[in-house]
Design a protein around this ligand. Structure first.
Ligand SMILES: CC(C)(COP(=O)(O)OP(=O)(O)OC[C@H]1O[C@@H](n2cnc3c(N)ncnc32)[C@H](O)[C@@H]1OP(=O)(O)O)[C@@H](O)C(=O)NCCC(=O)NCCS
Length: 149
């Protein structure tokens, strides 16, 4: 049996996951963004009572989900959770890994009193929109405002 057919283990993210997350992101977006991810992982670790998650196959991270209880970010109450980023190595997509990550995060958020999860998706990112639609997200009440300088 190859690694690709093995079920992933979902576990808490740590700062040791920084390098593999940078690699997964660069495979997805074609850009290497170490500073961006370092800040995200540090903030995720210190700001939420609920841990961000990694999906691992054969000891290797193949997907991640950064999120947690909102802590009033964007004026969103603590009873709402935020999904900040989700990514799965392109070689391992369409195997249910992001769904497993999301369900685990939702269950963990529920345990700390969160009853709604929100996220922000670029309008043109169809695969992400389709993913969130498939796991049950609906259009929310936040409005995106922009001003050209
Ligand atoms: C969106 C993403 C997280 C989905 O991960 P995944 O592990 O492949 O998702 P799942 O296998 O759990 O998909 C569940 C469902 O979502 C939908 N879906 C997921 N990816 C899809 C795609 N590329 N196109 C259409 N529908 C998709 C499908 O309905 C799918 O169910 P199905 O495979 O039975 O049809 C992954 O494609 C990804 O990482 N994309 C890039 C996200 C991104 O830009 N992140 C920001 C930088 S890291």
């Amino acid at each position: 049996m190859t690694g690709k057919s093995t079920m992933p283990i979902i576990r808490k993210m740590t700062l040791k996951d920084l390098k593999p997350i940078i690699e997964i992101d660069s495979k997805i977006l074609g850009a290497v963004r170490p500073g961006y991810w370092e800040t995200k992982l540090i903030n995720a670790e210190k700001n939420s009572p609920v841990s961000s998650l990694v999906a691992e196959i054969d000891g290797r991270p193949v997907g991640f989900l950064i999120g947690g209880a909102s802590g009033w970010e964007y004026g969103v109450p603590e009873s709402t959770g935020l999904i900040d980023a989700v990514g799965v190595d392109p070689e391992y997509q369409r195997r249910g890994i992001a769904t497993l990550l999301f369900r685990e995060m939702a269950a963990n958020l529920k345990k700390v009193g969160v009853n709604r999860v929100t996220t922000f998706v670029t309008w043109s990112n169809w695969e992400l929109l389709k993913f969130f639609n498939t796991v049950g997200f609906k259009m929310g009440k936040m409005v995106n405002l922009e001003y050209d300088i």
